[in-house]
Write a protein that binds this ligand. Structure first.
Ligand code: CTP
Length: 407
């Protein structure tokens, strides 16, 4: 189903496909970009036709595949495509094509478009690991970045048949969609800003096999990390145990306990422009952790004595960079607004996101959320039930406004 969405809807994308086995993945990518609302002009190199046929792309994009620099009737095709494009995405980008682009060679349509365009350019390298790690390829990739092109991946993993696993796999189309979204979004107040997002539950060990935890899945925090990166930020995600995939471009630090989360946040805080504490940090932990598993011993039931965990958010107050924007979350079951307003003041927050625990479709283990945003200014916004991705975008729009106001 076609679900048009920003920043893809109404945009023009040149999808360059070069001659590697990963070219088959670009068929799915062309489809995703089209479904999201972009007009996709697929421009394969001659070698790409050894792996994929034009008809596959044409059937999915509804547009002609273009590859002939000298096609009669449209002598300025390369200039027109280059000028109209909002993004040029080369996926897969072979070692050979990367070398040509680094040297500015333009003996084919795709090379000419690269030289003629002012749009952002994104390369998704795909090749054998030895070809990727070769100093010549590394130098060529460094040159592409110097020029201002973006390089997404490659990932580690299984390469062609009979080869060992290594770096060289093209990143998957869903991750490339995130890279494309960041390029299409362009400059925002978050561009180049350092953002820390905490996510997921913490686990406070009782013995080697048991812990105190909670139902947080990490979804809200992961959506925030992904949205912040899409808006141009440099994102560090400090996450408790979560099965979710690390969003494209985001650096993830995995922690288990509240103390580990506090350490990780404090280590990176003084250089950060934004801190978003979406994690469900355990408020209590066992005073002591047993070295061995607690055994059932007759009828006796062990007593677990608890103590407070460190308040991660509260403990950052003296360490925050001046002007940093700080966002907290609160899950309240009674008097949500009064309690939350106190938290906003006590923890010196710019924004507090209040989850109403009793609300259907909100809170833990669901993909949607209904929240109220409380601003330091006293302003209150009740958002409707939205997907967690949409809630994340709303929160980051407010963060962006605070960054602009504080400049
Ligand atoms: N938080 C934290 N460290 C803790 C507990 C909570 O940093 N040990 C953070 C959460 O990530 C959230 C905010 O503080 O952003 C509020 O969390 P919440 O548990 O609702 O508030 P508490 O301050 O723990 O207060 P209470 O449990 O009394 O509601």
């Amino acid at each position: 189903m076609r679900v048009e969405r920003p920043p893809f809807s109404g945009r023009r994308i040149v999808l360059g496909v070069t001659g590697g086995i990963a070219a088959f993945k670009s068929i799915g990518l062309a489809r995703e970009l089209t479904l999201a609302g972009s007009a996709v002009d697929v421009v394969p190199t001659a070698a790409a036709f050894e792996f994929v046929r034009p008809l596959s792309f044409e059937a999915l994009t509804g547009r002609s595949v273009l590859s002939d620099l000298y096609a009669p009737g449209d002598p300025l095709l390369h200039i027109r495509l280059a000028r109209e494009a909002d993004l040029v995405l080369i996926a897969p980008a072979t070692a050979n094509f990367i070398a040509q682009a680094a040297a500015g060679m333009a003996d084919h349509l795709l090379g000419c478009i690269l030289l003629a365009t002012k749009a952002p350019v994104l390369f998704a390298p795909a090749m054998n690991d030895r070809m990727y790690t070769h100093p010549q390829t590394q130098a060529n990739l460094a040159r592409l970045q110097e020029i201002g092109y973006h390089v997404a991946g490659p990932a580690e993993g299984l390469l062609a048949f009979g080869e060992r696993a290594g770096p060289g796999r093209m990143i998957e189309p869903d991750e490339l969609m995130e890279w494309a979204a960041r390029s299409l979004t362009g400059e925002t107040p978050l561009s180049g800003k350092r953002v820390i997002v905490t996510a997921g539950p913490t686990r406070e060990p009782i013995d080697p096999v048991r812990f105190l935890g909670n139902r947080s899945s990490g979804r809200m925090g992961f959506s925030l990390a992904s949205a912040a990166w899409r808006m141009g930020a440099d994102v560090l995600l400090v996450s408790g145990p979560s099965p979710l995939r690390t969003p494209a471009g985001v650096r993830r630090i995995e922690i288990e306990t509240a103390i580990e989360m506090a350490d990780a946040v404090r280590r990176h805080l003084n250089r950060s422009d934004v801190l978003i504490m979406a994690a469900a940090v355990a408020d209590f932990r066992p005073v002591s952790t047993r070295d061995q598993k607690i055994k059932k011993q007759g009828d006796s039931i062990p007593e677990i004595v608890l103590e407070h965990t460190p308040d991660v958010l509260g403990s950052t107050m003296s360490l925050r960079k001046p002007g940093a924007v700080v966002v907290g979350f609160a899950l309240e079951t009674e008097n949500p607004i009064e309690n939350a307003t106190k938290k906003l003041r006590d923890k010196r927050l710019d924004l507090l996101v209040v989850n109403d625990a009793g609300e259907p479709g909100a809170g833990f283990e669901v993909p949607t959320n209904r929240v109220t945003l409380l601003h330091a200014s006293g302003q209150r916004e009740d958002l409707p039930l939205l997907s967690k991705d949409e809630v994340a975008e709303r929160i980051l729009e407010r963060v962006a406004q605070r960054l602009v106001a504080g400049e």
